[in-house]
Design a binder for this molecule. Structure first.
Ligand SMILES: C[S@@+](CC[C@H](N)C(=O)[O-])C[C@H]1O[C@@H](n2cnc3c(N)ncnc32)[C@H](O)[C@@H]1O
Length: 214
């Protein structure tokens, strides 16, 4: 069984957006789109782990510009083909943990990446994220709430409390995928020494965390 997250998403690229067609999630997807479009209005956005650009396309409606990045070429190839309303949207291959040096951004967005960070790596992840933006920047993450029957069941929990799902791709390969489902309390606690300006939106299927960097 494959346990490598990066190669899992490389191979899942073509079928990835089926996840956004789940009927029970449509109402939340619309609500999340409205929230994100409002937050990023007229912002210059750095997007990490952009995948196939599902949210890039939505945020581009109101943002001024987006640099969308991901570690996998296969997802960026799909993202590039989307419609960005003549906005300044560019793409780059980049590993979150080895980001090419550039000017600091005034906002950052990460969709469905928090859940794929090991609990023991979250502090490093957050300090990396915060190093990419300027003081007073807006940082936003969206991710899944666990809803039985809509999410893959959790098949393993390791000694740190990380949870894993066993997933199959259309090529019949099987993957053990890290997927954590943090509570609002956990998220607020993680950020308590980083920001005193935190907003949390809780939808049935998704949560959105928004904070201002010091
Ligand atoms: C669950 S997908 C989310 C895609 C997109 N943000 C969305 O919400 O539809 C996670 C993405 O993280 C990317 N990824 C995984 N590890 C990464 C890393 N170290 N640096 C950058 N991207 C990474 C994968 O290639 C994949 O596209």
């Amino acid at each position: 069984m494959n346990t490598d997250l990066v190669s899992y998403y490389k191979d899942r690229a073509k079928e990835y957006e089926k996840i956004y067609a789940k009927p029970e999630r449509q109402k939340d997807l619309k609500a999340a789109t409205r929230i994100l479009q409002e937050i990023f209005t007229e912002k210059q956005v750095l997007e990490i782990a952009c995948g196939t650009g599902f949210w890039t396309e939505k945020i581009a409606v109101t943002a001024n510009s987006i640099l969308a990045t991901d570690i996998n070429q296969s997802v960026i190839d799909i993202a590039r083909k989307k419609d960005f309303w003549d906005k300044q949207v560019s793409f780059e291959i980049a590993d979150i943990y080895n980001f090419p040096v550039q000017d600091k951004f005034e906002s950052l967005f990460g969709g469905f990446i928090w859940s794929h960070i090991l609990l023991q790596d979250l502090d490093k992840f957050l300090s990396t994220v915060n190093s990419l933006v300027s003081p007073g920047a807006t940082v936003v993450f969206i991710d899944n709430n666990y809803v039985e029957s809509s999410n893959h069941p959790i098949t393993e929990i390791d000694e740190h409390g990380n949870s894993f799902q066993t997933r199959k791709l259309e090529d019949n390969t099987t993957h053990l995928v890290l997927k954590n489902f943090p509570s609002e309390t956990f998220l607020r606690n993680k950020l308590k020494d980083i920001s005193d300006d935190i907003t949390f939106f809780n939808l049935p299927y998704y949560w959105i965390l928004c904070y201002t960097t010091p």
